[in-house]
Design a protein around this ligand. Sequence first.
Ligand SMILES: Nc1nc2c(ncn2[C@@H]2O[C@H](COP(=O)(O)OP(=O)(O)OP(=O)(O)O)[C@@H](O)[C@H]2O)c(=O)[nH]1
Ligand SMILES: [Mg+2]
Length: 691
Amino acid sequence: MKKYDIEHLRTIAVVGNPGSGKTSFMESVLYVTGTKTKKGRVEDKSTTSDYLSEEKNHLTSISTSLIPVEHDGYKFNFLDTPGNRELVSEVYQALSVVKGAVVMIDGSKGIDIGSELVLDDVSERNIPTIIFVNKMDKDNIKFDGLLERLQKLLGNKAVPFLWPVIENNDFKGYINLIDMRAIVLENGKLVEKPIPENLVDKVRELREQIVEAVAMASEELLDKYFSGEELTYDEICDGLRQGVLSGDLKPVVIGSVLKDIGVRDLLEMIGKFMPAPNDLKPKVGKDPKTDEAVSRKTTIDEPFSAYVFKTIIDPFIGSINFIKVFSGSLVSGQKVVVTNTNKTVKIGTISTMRGKEQISVESLDAGDVGVVIKIDEMYTGCTIADLKNPIVLDGPEIPSATIYVAIHPKKKKDEDKISTALHRLVIEDPSFEYKRNRETAQLLIGGQGMTHINYMLEKLKNSFGVEVDLKNQQIVYRESIKKKVEAEGRHKKQSGGSGQFGVVKMRFEPINPNESEFEFTEEIHGGSVPRGYFPAVEKGLIDTFQKGPLAGFPVIGVKATLYDGSYHAVDSNEISFKLAAALAFKNACKTCVPTILEPIMKLEIIIKDSYVGDVMGDINKRRGQVLGMNPMFGGKQKIIAEAPEAEIISYTIDLMAMTQGTGVFQREFVRYEEVPEYLKEKIISSLNEDE
Ligand SMILES: Nc1nc2c(ncn2[C@@H]2O[C@H](COP(=O)(O)OP(=O)(O)OP(=O)(O)O)[C@@H](O)[C@H]2O)c(=O)[nH]1
Ligand SMILES: [Mg+2]
């Protein structure tokens, strides 16, 4: 691949709803630029971008693909991202390394809530954006209404740059309002035509709006404009570029990627109006030694730094790390440091990837994107940098898992290899996680939803040959006591051999389980129990608290006081007092009113205004409580609530259903609380069923 100077590099994320046409857009770009002579189709499983077996299986993108294309003196690094919101971590990683985004909209579906969220994602990050209204070839596309909706959402920032030519309800082509050219499909070919008569006035009006927007952006041009002088083409283009870079302008273009309509003009506009890597703000990070904020200008003159925005563990090649070079340059054989772990590595093969095809490159320079192969120390989210000038570059926030399921390998022989395989999946996708729960011994995997989890399980099978059974996650309850009581534990074994004897009198009282799990103290007077046995008494309680009296859950929130007892000079020993302590608690349970505690989770739920009522009502039905609400970007609300973990096991799925797949939430454990009386029996009996 040829070398390009930084001004002619464009790194663009392609984002949008599932099925809006992002991957098909890549096919059209590859085709119209001559990179591919034959276009692939998603349905035929023949696209460059959707090369994973899981993607072909589901006819959807599951992982971000890099599609570099050379065209018109530019090198475009497109990142084709998955549309499914459960895979949003892929999108956030991609958005963290680009300077421009194309938002794909399915014109036949209009601007639904999913598209609003995508527009929010790019606006919140101030990423210059071009909106592509796709599938204009479909019937009944109401472009006026769609544009109106966009302008309602984005204000006058949404300005049409291409206007549709529709004849007899048939999408024929478009008018480029910048160049004032009409391009229509004729006998399967796109040809330039005079602007249709019936559109001349409309086009003039639209063009005027564009020129006015440009003039408004600078005093000099405003004077020229109001003095009635024509702005030159270059002045208009410069003004538009400034508008796109500042985010004041979000060009709306239209087309059909299936018919390659509008794609060439979009490429031209990305070159003309979208930022080069060295435009806008430099990349910020931290000095790993001092933690001070440092930044890197995107130029080869600065010390090398690059961010790993994606890792794939390929069964044949090994680890493939996708990097965005933010400063300096990288060549094969160069020694760099993984600044997050302070590990020095020697770079082997560097190249770029187009889908799964590896393309060799001489070096990867500031502003460019490529891959580094076979360096296992690197992973999604890490930074590699110059040994003498280390920096940890900022990455996006990774959503933590919102749903967990328990898995168990179908075949015994897979029990050893499942952790390695899961570890690799986590390296690829940090929004996926796995953990072994010590108490329930369940191997839990966590993700952003069941679709996400199922894709991961498919990868586990396809890439590592491990099949698993799924089970519901078991809630890790706790037990505690409600009443302060005193009880004796008398352990005596004096028949043959060495005897055992220990008597303890204990007071057990409830304490706040969220402040302290267990407290042990003694008020022994007169040496009724020798000091040396105190640790044994404490240990005896700690052991016996592992399995509570009601359902075998760990006991917490108890203060135990050893206040009296007795011992035998010969037969007493540590084990005697351990057992005596356990007996004392057993006896105490007859009167101390044991109870069950459940984990309470804090939820931060982000939804559009229109769903607030339903979601709040639903929280109340889950024995939950809404604590507050804060307005968010783009007409969204963040609801802060608390609810028992047992009531939100599948909340991700339910929230998606309540909010048309757009609600997101984060959850974290806050405290234990007593389970309502009517549920205790149910919990105990469900445990008996599980056994
Ligand atoms: N009629 C028509 N269909 C299109 C057009 N673009 C894409 N499609 C179809 O829409 C479907 C989804 O296209 P994709 O390219 O997979 O969409 P995507 O945005 O990559 O979807 P995800 O990967 O699931 O996020 C496929 O069946 C395409 O053939 C278009 O311009 N016109
Ligand atoms: Mg796709």
